[in-house]
Design a protein around this ligand. Structure first.
Ligand SMILES: *Cc1c(COP(=O)(O)O)cnc(C)c1O
Length: 472
């Protein structure tokens, strides 16, 4: 084992590496991170007017609790702030029929990234003209479904796809509106695996290689496709507008190139999503109003310089709408102090893990959590929240301070788990997926029910006829 220099002392124990300073109050419910109005009532974490102990009594653990007013105020805030532009919610971050209906009522569009997401939006009654279909490998069946539904735009991502889509639209005698996904060579300041606009990755047509211009030329020459504009998505969990600024400049430059070469001024650009949110107290996200004002200003300035009419701008926030309103509540099962040569870490195991939140394992994502069923003035200890899966990387919150008397039966709530957690959930170790419960005015209602063993086993043909629900 590597020798560590002695760390600072903490109550006679040394503090393990990696953990930040102990907060002034480990029971605090930081309004920066938790859904609007979250607080403690008689010591119990309360969201949308409901105590999590009451929610758990009704819905069990692990469970996602979604503050409906918080979700809707975020989507409305984007819609209002981006006045004169179009907001497409990135459905891949979290989608269910209730979310689709809220977005419809509030006038947003939705980005879908597969035939499944498309089908969910359509079955929930969402108007096809406000849907955009994304993906680097859309199948013929997915493209056909989108064309037949008359989705408002398909964002094309390869020459193969342009040809495939052109054929499908031509066969049906329709003209399908498209945007071209371009790669502008901007690397957003995030973890490598979620930055998508640098060159060596699978998405988009490179501007610098000339592929983006060639793709535009091919679409312009295709009767069954209508070229609406250019699309650039530079990454995720971005806190700094400079990436968008460079991206907008390069997108507008390509608009000017296309005008000069082909005499067309494309009417739309899309600058993608990726706005960061506060997963922990240290994160400092931008306000939608601020982002909208800057993007508007940048696009107007660049278009004026290139003597282009200002195109219609759209954006695609996902996590910035769906992330903050939702929390995950787990029950603690075991508590194990692990003595290291440079301190002691308390491993707190919960009844879910990487099957309901893969982001920590996948991206080293940071989360924060609190003891939710009670407050405690026990001396805080350095803790790690881990799941129940057969992987040592099955970590939910890598490093945080928790009251030292945390024990089996306690509830832990993790903040800002609305995006890419339920959406990326798996059945690893045959754990059923947790429910998503909407909470409004103190009342919880199930949006997605908890998966059952029967739901999972229904796919196993060798178990046909063993369904316990049906047998009852
Ligand atoms: C994932 C994605 C988004 C949304 O990203 P967030 O980080 O959730 O805002 C938007 N547009 C495209 C094309 C994406 O792939």
């Amino acid at each position: 084992m590597r020798a560590h220099p002695a760390g600072p002392l903490h109550g006679g124990l040394q503090i393990p590496d990696g953990i930040g300073p102990q907060p002034a109050d480990v029971n605090a419910v930081d309004p920066h991170v938790w859904p609007h109005g979250a607080r403690r009532t008689d010591g119990v974490l309360t969201i949308a007017g409901a105590k999590v102990t009451d929610l758990v009594a009704d819905h069990g653990t692990p469970a996602f609790f979604l503050d409906e007013d918080a979700f809707r105020s975020r989507s409305r805030d984007f819609q209002a702030s981006f006045d004169g532009m179009d907001v497409f919610y990135a459905g891949k971050s979290f989608l269910c029929s209730s979310v689709v209906r809220w977005l419809d009522e509030d006038g947003l569009g939705i980005d879908v990234a597969s035939g499944g997401e498309l089908a969910l939006a359509l079955r929930s009654g969402f108007p096809a003209e406000r849907l955009a279909l994304h993906g680097n490998n859309k199948s013929a069946a997915e493209l056909t479904a989108a064309v037949d539904a008359r989705v408002g735009r398909i964002i094309v991502d390869s020459f193969d796809e342009i040809d495939r889509l052109a054929g499908i639209a031509a066969e049906r005698g329709v003209v399908q509106p498209v945007q071209i996904r371009i790669t502008v060579g901007v690397e957003a300041h995030t973890h490598e695996f979620i930055a998508t606009a640098h060159e060596d990755q699978k998405f988009g047509f490179s501007v610098s290689s000339g592929d983006a211009a060639a793709a535009a030329e091919r679409v312009l020459a295709t009767d069954s496709l209508e070229l609406l504009g250019l699309h650039s998505h530079i990454g995720s969990q971005i806190f700094d507008l400079s990436g968008f600024e460079v991206s907008a400049r390069r997108v507008v430059a390509l608009l000017a190139t296309l005008r000069d070469a082909h005499g067309v001024e494309l009417p739309e650009i899309d600058l993608g999503g990726g706005l960061g949110i506060a997963y922990t107290s240290d994160d400092d996200p931008l306000e939608p109003k601020q982002v909208a004002a800057s993007l508007r200003e940048i696009v107007e300035r660049e278009c004026a310089a290139a003597r282009l009419a200002v195109p219609r701008v759209s954006v695609e926030p996902g996590r910035a709408i769906s992330g903050p309103p939702t929390i995950t509540v787990y029950e603690v099962g075991t508590v194990k102090p692990v003595v290291l040569d440079h301190g002691t870490r308390l491993y707190v195991s919960v009844d879910g893990g990487m099957s309901d939140n893969i982001r920590t394992a996948l991206y080293d994502a940071e989360y924060t959590c609190v003891l939710a069923n009670r407050e405690s003035d026990a001396r805080p200890v350095a803790a790690r929240i881990v799941g129940k899966h057969c992987e040592s990387g099955d970590i939910v919150v890598r490093d945080l301070w928790l009251p030292g008397d945390v024990r089996p039966g306690d509830l832990l709530a993790v903040a800002a788990t609305g995006a890419y957690c339920r959406a990326m959930a798996s059945n690893y170790n045959m754990l059923p997926k947790p429910p998503v419960v909407g909470v409004k005015d103190g009342v919880g209602s199930v949006l997605l029910r908890r998966e059952t063993l029967d739901d999972m086993f229904a796919l196993d043909t060798g178990l046909a006829g063993t369904n316990e629900e049906e047998a009852r």
